[in-house]
Design a protein around this ligand. Structure first.
Ligand code: AMP
Length: 309
């Protein structure tokens, strides 16, 4: 395998500087993940490799963003297989730090506050989740800053890309609320990084890929398909300039006894406010995001589709 594993911030700085110099690179991409990688993560990695000279993927199961310890404990950890998948996509470095490396003094006293956008939808059922997620994303964006280990403060003095290397970080549309919040953090706090959104990867039957799908029984997996079916129904109606009729799509989900619906709505992708008026009798116009969350057996699943009309 050409890919290299680093576990400390110091190693990451040294290795990414070495690669940038060696490749005369002018850009670096970061793909933050929690491991247990699947084709969805592979798409993120592939996009990053296409767009950057040096690509770092991070694998870190962040205790700060888990509500319950059991959930954290049972999160799948599959480093060997993850490295193979990332290597096949052409990723240069895997940064897989320990909890002690990331939080040397225990839980951090100062954290990112995700604010109002984090109180609804996923945030409503997972209090503190987005503060924890944004705190670690902020740290990972700092760790992955290109050229931090280069002389001259990271400025590039030779090669085609003289100046600071470009910096991009890759996030999945699958976690739409997280993506919105990361974009807001980067804009509101002036992080010098471009956030690139990557479309959701699904299995052939429509189920959005997720590391948690492995906890579904065969019957539950079959039942879970109703989520993507309901979203697709809304997408078709939006494309046909028809009223979305959210209620009938909701009834479809509720007719599935193994699925416990949490929320299903159409929101503004930037403010996450419901676009309720747009969904009733009049044809859908503009840009929206249909979002859904449900418990299927022991697993909480989320999915969404962007709507454009
Ligand atoms: P995770 O390891 O679940 O924290 O996810 C790491 C990154 O992969 C996040 O930016 C996710 O949005 C993204 N991701 C997870 N599942 C998918 C998928 N099915 N398609 C595209 N991106 C995904």
């Amino acid at each position: 395998m050409a890919i290299k594993l680093v576990t400390t911030a110091a190693q990451l700085r040294t290795e990414s500087a070495r690669l940038l110099t060696e490749k005369q690179g002018s850009s670096q991409g970061l793909v933050p993940t929690m491991g247990a990688l699947h084709e969805g993560h592979a798409r993120l990695a592939r996009t990053a490799v296409e767009q950057n000279d040096v690509v770092v993927a991070s694998i870190f199961v962040n205790p700060l963003q888990f509500g319950e310890a059991v959930d954290l404990d049972r999160y799948p950890r599959t480093l060997e297989a993850d490295m193979e998948l990332l290597d096949a996509e052409g990723v240069d470095l895997v940064f897989a730090p320990s909890v002690e490396e990331v939080y040397p003094g225990g839980e951090p006293l100062v954290r990112v506050t995700a604010g109002r956008l984090a109180e609804k939808w996923e945030g409503a059922s997972r209090p503190g989740h987005f503060d924890g997620a944004l705190t670690v994303v902020a740290k990972l964006l700092h760790y992955g800053f290109p050229g931090a280990g280069l002389s001259g403060g990271g400025a590039f003095v030779t090669g085609a890309g003289a100046g600071l290397p470009a910096y991009r970080a890759y996030f999945g549309q699958k976690d739409a609320q997280q993506l919105t919040l990361v974009r807001r953090m980067v804009a509101d706090l002036n992080f010098p990084v471009e956030i690139v959104a990557v479309p959701t990867v699904r299995s052939a039957d429509g189920l959005a890929l997720s590391s948690r799908n492995r906890f579904l029984s065969g019957e539950e997996r079959e039942a879970a398909l109703v989520l993507s079916r309901a979203l697709r129904l809304l997408e078709e109606r939006a494309n046909a300039h028809e009223p979305l009729d959210l209620e009938s799509a909701q009834s479809l989900v509720e007719s599935q006894p193994l699925v416990g619906l949490d929320y299903f709505d159409v929101v503004d992708p930037d403010t996450l406010e419901p676009l309720a008026e747009n969904c009733k009798e009049t044809p859908f116009r503009g840009e929206g995001l249909a979002i859904i969350a449900a418990k299927v057996g022991p697993v909480r699943l989320i999915d969404n589709v962007p709507l454009n009309s």
